[in-house]
Design a protein around this ligand. Structure first.
Ligand code: AHR
Length: 503
């Protein structure tokens, strides 16, 4: 029988769980903005055109922060096009997604939407076709109180108070040859450092993210980070990383082990950032912004050069299965396990475009399978992440080497005493017996054991059956003699919530 043993102790803390770990991403791409968060005239929309059903699902998802407006889109974006009277805003070609951008929705509309959705904004500046001046102009427009050209322009646009946006990305995926204005690490490093210095002059209170690698398979991965950080280390707060996972052909074993790839990617970037710190004899520890991550069947996307010029076309509206939700849940576990160095993480994207939320013109919005592990983790991973050493069998994968069959992460909330255990069973046929030593805690009882997976792995939600897949309970989890014992179905993601006895 497959077993997994671990010991939890509140003293073995990795880091507190930051709400910014549960971020997401809204890009002017496909139907994420138009027909996603914003759709004037829809029966579910308010008078500003914001879809209230999508905003409500965003709140239910538990999103902490939203990155905007791109993505590849930002590298050709003129932010001024998206402010001021809507009727006067230009229609432009968006080269990144070969789309027509109406600019009906821009910075001020986004900021109003963040208040509706109760999320923190994270803004990206264009360092593809633009540079230091335009980044500073945007920051002045957004954050300066008044009495200058751009801050008064904002006020003239009806926004009296500064937006006070704290988090700023210095461009997007500048290492990628597909990026408009793609740069070498040297070129980008210099530009990012100078932009960071100038932006901090405008507003010293901001936090800045430098672009790391677009994925771990980039030929420049590692050297890109080293060079960029040689220039920017003192001037930025975070280095970014992006990753999208999919099953390649029949290789299900590697797909189920995707979190091992994510672990390795994170640890590689941490090592590189710390290498630069050592070279610079700096005690500063640069943290990570994993500001795009998700599952994406990228190999099925024909690429932006094959698209027709359209406004808000249906792009990469992937459907997620139960198995996807299981793997997705394990990626969240990888992020939690690295909470000491990953400070921000954004699920890309929020709605329609590889989104956990789907929206159609004539129906209420609905949740895909991946919505559920995100919402449960965001709600119940509270307090501190605990260090967990799991003893279990391993299996071999083509992409990630050997991977544990059972993966476990746990959080502990000192205030309420709640311990939440997240566990994935990667075995395709056998259930796993989970045994956790809880002797360092008081008496705990199982409040709930929810799971996704086990059977029906190809099933998905759809507009016709939006609630077909949701987490369901697993019977039998108990705590006896301060040990948790639970059964994890084959190919499943699980959340077991333990609360102090008698509460
Ligand atoms: O999220 C879709 C795209 O993936 C983003 O625009 C880009 O940054 C990444 O390559």
């Amino acid at each position: 029988m497959l077993t997994a043993h671990a010991t939890l102790d509140p003293a073995f803390r990795i880091a507190p769980v930051d709400r910014r770990l549960f971020g997401s991403f809204v890009e002017h791409m496909g139907r994420c903005v138009y027909g996603g968060i914003y759709e004037p005239g829809h029966t579910e929309s308010d008078t500003d055109g914001n879809r209230l059903d999508v905003a409500e699902l965003t709140r239910d998802l538990g999103v902490g922060v939203i990155r905007y407006p791109g993505g590849n889109f930002v590298s050709g974006y003129r932010w001024e096009d998206g402010v001021g009277p809507v009727a006067e805003r230009p229609r432009r070609l968006d080269l990144a997604w070969r789309s027509i951008e109406s600019n009906e929705f821009g910075l001020n509309e986004f900021m109003a939407w963040t208040r509706l959705a109760q999320v923190e904004p994270m803004m990206a500046v264009n360092l593809g076709t633009r540079g230091i001046q335009e980044a500073c102009d945007l920051l002045e427009y957004a954050n300066h109180p008044g009495g200058t050209y751009y801050s008064d322009l904002r006020r003239a646009h009806g926004v009296e108070q500064p937006h006070d946006i704290k988090l700023w990305c210095l461009g997007n995926e500048m290492d990628g040859p597909w990026q408009t204005g793609h740069k070498t690490a040297e070129e980008y490093g210099r530009l990012a450092a100078e932009t960071a210095k100038a932006m901090r002059q405008v507003d010293p209170g901001i936090e800045l993210v430098a672009c790391g690698s677009s994925n771990a398979e980039m030929p420049t991965f590692g050297t890109w980070e080293t060079t960029v950080l040689e220039h920017t280390f003192e001037h930025v707060d975070y280095i970014s990383l992006h990753a999208y996972y999919e099953q390649h052909g029949e290789d299900r074993a590697s797909f189920l082990g995707a979190a091992a790839g994510m672990d390795r990617f994170i640890e590689g970037v941490v090592a590189t950032a710390d290498h630069v710190a050592a070279r610079k004899q700096s005690r500063k520890r640069l943290n990570l912004s994993f500001d795009e991550w998700n599952l994406w069947q990228q190999s099925r996307f024909a690429g932006h050069t094959n698209l027709d010029w359209e406004q808000a076309p249906r792009l990469i509206e992937d459907t997620y299965t139960v198995q996807d939700a299981v793997v997705f849940g394990s990626l969240l576990m990888s992020l939690l396990r690295h909470a000491d160095r990953v400070s921000i993480a954004c699920l890309a994207q929020l709605v329609n475009v590889i989104g956990p939320i789907r929206a159609e013109p004539d129906r209420p919005a609905w949740a895909q399978t991946i919505f559920h592990p995100f919402a449960l983790t965001a709600r119940h991973a509270v307090g501190d992440v605990l260090r967990v050493q799991t003893a279990t069998d391993r299996y071999d994968t083509a992409e990630h080497g050997d991977v544990p069959l059972v993966d476990v992460v746990a959080t502990h909330d000192e205030e309420t005493g709640q311990v939440t255990v997240f566990a994935m069973n990667r075995h395709t046929e056998e259930q796993a017996k989970l045994d956790i030593d809880l002797r360092a805690f008081g008496d705990l009882v199982v409040a709930e054991h929810l799971h996704l997976g086990g059977t029906d792995l190809d099933a998905a939600n759809s507009i016709e059956t939006p609630e077909r897949i949701a987490p369901t309970g697993v019977a039998g989890a108990t705590t006896e003699g301060r040990r948790l014992s639970a059964a994890l179905p084959p190919v499943s993601w699980n959340m077991i919530r333990l609360v102090p006895a008698g509460r």
